[in-house]
Design a protein around this ligand. Structure first.
Ligand SMILES: [Mn+2]
Length: 424
């Protein structure tokens, strides 16, 4: 019997806070240790190893040091790009790790004369498992890309087969990801033994006619947005251990406990800002926060005063002084009657961003179709993602702004316009 570990959405470097960064690092180290103890034959990462395509070198260095332990134990690491590993400029950190022999990128694509996308299998030398994969692509292009896939060729291949991918599947889309672009199940090649999914930040197992086992491990640690809230609520994080010979024999979720969390939600509907502030402070004082990651969600429409009358920085300092490892306030659902104009729909920054773009895309007057309507929203979201990249240690200001500008032009597909502009 053989086995492999299926890991996804690690998002290394997602947090700037050093305590959380350290916990994130430990979660990966713990996972690697577990894989070595369990004597897995290989590891498969379904994308989003890092949070950005060009992460800080310190994050890269720590990661390589940890992944090297697998290499020393002769456990190969196979992976595909996630949506966060993808870069419009071409070279992602994943390519560098592949070149350096730390990981093997299993997406080996080729376009044939008819424009079909041909994927080649990577065979694991020890177990003879055959891996093929589809990396994530730019927002908005996912389905088109799958439409060109030569499925018949993949389906014909004999042996134990794994298909790695980084996309949501339309038929299994969780309600909280309503706005997410997905790919219909029929776009995937049939009859693989295991479909190793990534991108959905929730642990899920599915079955469908012709697709015996579709698995999403969810984030290994906690990625971003609502992840940390869910983890603090007690949602389990970890990876899948898959045992197989010529068929999958056992699939088991292995929990990796990243931290002790504490989640509370308070509703201040109808209160004024002063009484909400007092009540919140009292409630927080009752909590046992020592050694915990504390996530507090406040919501409701205040009858009077401003939401900024509540000094969250002060409350955070107080919790930290009582030993909280990290404090996160989610106050996107706290609004005030007096400040209606500033209200934006949504509980999560990502949802709010999407809604804002959707509301305003109609006012954008351009001729390019990729900047209008739904495509425009997708381009705007992608631009936001690209422009959020931070300046790297050692990168000059000029190089940094050049890199951001270059990625932005590529994202909006305005290369031609910029080239023409500079010639004038
Ligand atoms: Mn992800």
């Amino acid at each position: 019997m053989f086995s492999f570990a299926h890991i996804s959405d690690i998002h290394l470097g997602a947090f700037r806070d050093l305590v959380i960064r350290d916990l994130e690092k430990q979660a990966l180290a713990e996972t690697v240790k577990k894989c070595i103890e369990l004597k897995v034959d290989f590891v498969l990462i379904s994308g989003d190893l890092f949070h950005v395509s060009i992460p800080d070198l310190s994050v890269v260095n720590d990661t390589i040091r940890t992944l090297r332990l697998l290499q020393d134990a002769k456990i190969p690491i196979y992976m595909i790009y996630g949506s966060h590993d993808y870069t419009p400029n071409g070279v992602s950190i994943i390519d560098i790790l592949d070149t350096a022999g730390i990981i093997v990128n299993v997406m080996k694509p080729r376009i044939d004369e008819e424009g079909m996308l041909i994927l080649q299998f990577v065979e694991d030398p020890k177990t003879k498992a055959k891996l093929a994969g589809m990396s994530a692509r730019r927002i908005g292009l996912e389905s088109k890309y799958y439409e060109k896939l030569d499925k018949a060729r993949l389906e014909k291949e004999k042996g134990f087969k794994i298909f790695a991918f980084h996309s949501g599947i339309t038929e299994f889309k969780p309600p909280f990801l309503n706005d997410m672009e997905t790919v219909p199940i029929s776009s995937f090649p049939k009859d693989f033994d295991y479909y190793a999914g990534g991108h959905i930040h929730e642990k899920r197992e599915h079955q469908w006619n012709g697709y015996p086992r579709i698995v999403f491990p969810g984030p290994l640690f906690t990625g971003y947005g609502k992840d940390i809230e869910e983890t603090a609520r007690g949602v389990k994080r970890g990876f899948y251990l898959v045992e197989f010979d010529d068929k999958v024999r056992k699939v088991e979720f292995i929990e990796i406990k990243g931290f002790d969390g504490l989640f509370r939600e308070y509703d201040f509907m109808g209160k004024n800002s002063q009484s909400a502030r007092k009540e919140l402070s009292l409630r927080l004082n009752e909590l046992e926060v020592n050694g915990k990651v504390v996530v507090i969600r406040v919501k409701g429409e205040l009858e009077g005063g401003k939401t900024t009358d509540i000094d969250f920085a002060e409350l955070r300092r107080n919790l930290a002084s009582r030993g909280a490892l990290y404090v996160h306030f989610n106050r996107f659902s706290l609004t005030s009657k007096e400040y209606e104009a500033n209200r934006i729909a949504g509980e999560d920054p990502a949802v709010i961003e999407g809604n804002l773009f959707r509301e305003n895309v109609g006012t954008v007057k351009v001729s390019q179709s990729n900047l209008k309507g739904d495509n425009g929203v997708a381009s705007a979201l992608e631009l936001l993602r690209v422009s959020r990249q931070q300046q790297k240690t050692g990168e000059s200001k000029g190089d940094y702004s050049g890199r951001i500008l270059d990625s932005s032009i590529k994202t909006l597909r305005l290369q031609k316009e910029f080239d023409e502009g500079s010639e004038e």
